[in-house]
Design a protein around this ligand. Sequence first.
Ligand SMILES: Nc1ncnc2c1ncn2[C@@H]1O[C@H](COP(=O)(O)OP(=O)(O)OP(=O)(O)O)[C@@H](O)[C@H]1O
Length: 226
Amino acid sequence: MEIQHLTYTFPQQTTPFFQDLSFNLAAQHVNFLIGANGSGKTTLADLLTGLRQPDQGPLAVPRHALYLNQHLPMLMGVRISDVARLVLGIEYGRPQLTLTDLQPLVDAATFDFLTPIWQQHYGDLSGGQRKLVQLLLFLQVDRDFVVLDEPTAEIDREHAQYLFKVMQAHPQRTYLVITHDRRDLDAFNDYQVLWLADHQIKAALTKQAFKQQPPTASFLQAFQHS
Ligand SMILES: Nc1ncnc2c1ncn2[C@@H]1O[C@H](COP(=O)(O)OP(=O)(O)OP(=O)(O)O)[C@@H](O)[C@H]1O
């Protein structure tokens, strides 16, 4: 998936934030987008998913992306089963979705995670559990291009494994994952790392090339955990 000559100016600004930005997303792979705070990762994700319109540079990426950003609102009084009905009942035309109905519709990791909390209220879960409920349910919706903005922030390593398993259960998708946590990369056998700095993709590295970087490599500062 080639992104070519992308230029974007924020509203009420005169100087473009991105000017003539070009890079490749590895199709049917996990692409990690890293960069310092304020480097423009979320803005780039907004552009790739059509949430923001570029000044120029028609994007050769599908617009029907699944984009899970950092702000996922939810009513606290509803049960997990209601959340599942809201997300998957609509997608599959099954508004009365039961746990038994759910099993053939979702991957094993999602079913394992949701089964013990199916009747719990959303507001009774921890922040990390709530986030995982939303991530796992939305990741069951069938889309080729999936953009996740800091999906593992607030989620402990044990629970993050559910997310990684669900991503691995759908390897035909192209993922773009924004992260500040280097440990997220270790869950995958293959990936590309895109380093955003100075308003450009300054490096695009395969897993092998990434592993060979010295610990002093400047882009490693984009990680909060190592
Ligand atoms: N509407 C706006 N007008 C002008 N500048 C903006 C606007 N919105 C965001 N910015 C600036 O654009 C830059 C990129 O923001 P963005 O949220 O994309 O960064 P990020 O890399 O995702 O950061 P973080 O790692 O902190 O989430 C920031 O410096 C921000 O202040």
